[in-house]
Design a protein around this ligand. Sequence first.
Ligand SMILES: [Zn+2]
Length: 113
Amino acid sequence: MFKSWLKVSDTCECCGLDYRFAAPDDGPAFFSLCLIALPLIFVVVWIQVAYNPPIWVHLVTSVPIMVAGCLLPLRPIKGWLVASQYVNRSQEAGTERLWNQLHGRTKGSNFDD
Ligand SMILES: [Zn+2]
């Protein structure tokens, strides 16, 4: 479903689903920061307070773990958010017509079935 690292394809290569509805925006970064970066910061601060290591210890351990820990989950989180948008039929105000157009529904019937 991705045409590059985080760019969502125009359509699904398996079923042809139009991905124009997909707009997770900053969601992946938000969840990555909340679920990985914040707990990691507490661990790093605890290591600093408990053992007072020299700064190079953080440069070779904390920084790479933080960068990898925040970047690697972005893609699965984005896939999860796009799937969630599709399953829950999330839409921003004013995009009802786009949804109906994408899914062949008549106006006003998008939450009826
Ligand atoms: Zn598909």
